[in-house]
Design a protein around this ligand. Structure first.
Ligand SMILES: *[C@@H]1O[C@H](CO)[C@@H](O)[C@H](O)[C@H]1NC(C)=O
Ligand SMILES: *[C@@H]1O[C@H](CO)[C@@H](O)[C@H](O)[C@H]1NC(C)=O
Ligand SMILES: [Cu+2]
Length: 346
């Protein structure tokens, strides 16, 4: 019951966000057990189903019937809210992609190709207002690759570092079994880090580090003391609140990219020191969090924020080189319509 209840909790949260998709899943999940039926009845009194469905007609008109509308919405969740088996499935899927042949060269996996892509596209995807849409699309494509090549059924998880800002190195995401391993403790490696010797990626060999193409161990070098404090201070709740209060896209993106988003790589070091940062799986956890913040910011005032990208045209295209088809920015502005079809759970 404990785990079922957790699942239901997610459903309830999503139901509060008034989604027809969730409402259906909610009903379905509730019907799965007698104990849960009781739970559902309690909830039914708490949240009037009637008002739920009224709100839902709105999302129906927005999404169904549009080209690329979603037949199903999947939920991206915080790493510590995944069940242990779900955590292992995600780690396994990453490992699988690390042994899937790449598209660029024989000695680099599809997983490694993303480091290539990220470093080639560095100029368009960073320090510009395209930062958020381009990374959103990259994550979506990566998630698709996990599904297509590795049979992955879940979603990319996010790391809500605000929960760990006071002790970043203690975050559950660094667990050696139910996480991606922690600090580098072995030989000195790239980016002022050391080889990560524990956890599921202790044997992973990354190919590129910036322009240098030499196979090397996964490298991390968590900062400590004052150096660390400088970056973790950017991740405290008050700082994040400030970012979320920004009213226009330019200010929001600008503070998010250069304050909170930058603090994490600078604190981790190693692979993250260069644009080949997707070599470290934490890249995806981190960018999923950044994407979530953008999605939340958009949803806080959809009328003004959902389709606003300052400094570029919504019909401009986002490119992933060989790794995925081009898409228009306008097509990825709503996470819950096609081709994306996901939402975030808190
Ligand atoms: C991470 O590892 C490096 C190298 O072994 C060490 O100097 C540093 O103190 C460690 N950081 C943390 C937060 O434990
Ligand atoms: C590339 O990285 C390796 C270690 O990973 C280092 O030994 C080598 O000197 C580097 N090459 C260049 C050109 O920086
Ligand atoms: Cu990036």
């Amino acid at each position: 019951m404990a785990e079922l209840k957790t699942d239901l909790d997610y459903e309830v949260e999503a139901a509060q966000k008034k989604s027809i998709f969730t409402a259906n899943r909610f009903l379905y999940a509730s019907a799965t057990g007698l104990t849960c039926l009781i739970f559902y009845l309690l909830l039914a009194f708490t949240f009037s189903p009637r008002s739920l469905f009224e709100e839902d007609s709105e999302s129906l008109t927005t999404h169904i019937g549009e080209p690329g509308g979603c037949s199903k919405i999947q939920f991206r969740r915080e790493w510590r809210n995944l069940r242990k088996d779900e955590q292992l499935e995600y780690i396994d899927a990453i490992k699988c992609l690390q042994t899937t042949p790449g598209l660029y060269r024989d000695d680099q996996s599809l997983y490694g190709d993303y480091a290539n892509l990220h470093s080639h596209a560095g100029k368009i995807g960073h320090d510009t207002t395209l930062f958020l849409p381009w990374h959103r699309y990259l994550l979506h494509n990566f998630e698709n690759d996990l599904r297509t090549h590795c049979g992955f059924k879940g979603t990319i998880p996010y790391w809500n570092w605000v929960l760990d800002w006071e002790a970043l190195d203690q975050a559950p995401v660094w667990d050696n079994v139910y996480g991606i391993g922690g600090n580098g403790t072995g030989e000195e490696s790239v980016g002022h880090g050391r080889c990560v010797e524990t956890g599921p990626f202790s044997h992973y060999q990354a190919l590129r580090f910036g322009a240098n193409e030499t196979h090397h161990c996964l490298s991390r070098g968590f900062l400590t003391g004052e150096k660390s404090d400088r970056y973790s201070a950017e991740l405290q709740p008050e700082k994040l609140d400030d970012i979320m209060q920004k009213d226009d896209y330019y200010d929001f993106w600008n503070t998010l990219e250069f304050a909170a988003h930058e603090a994490i790589p600078r604190w981790i070091q190693g692979e993250f020191f260069e644009f080949t940062s997707p070599n470290d799986p934490i890249f995806y956890f981190h960018h999923c969090q950044v994407d979530r913040l953008w999605a939340e910011w958009q949803l806080a005032d959809p009328e003004h924020r959902a389709e606003t990208i300052f400094g570029t045209m919504v019909d401009d295209e986002l490119e992933l080189d060989k790794l995925g088809p081009k898409t228009r920015i306008r097509d990825i502005l709503h996470t819950d319509s096609g081709p994306l079809c996901y939402r975030y759970l808190k």
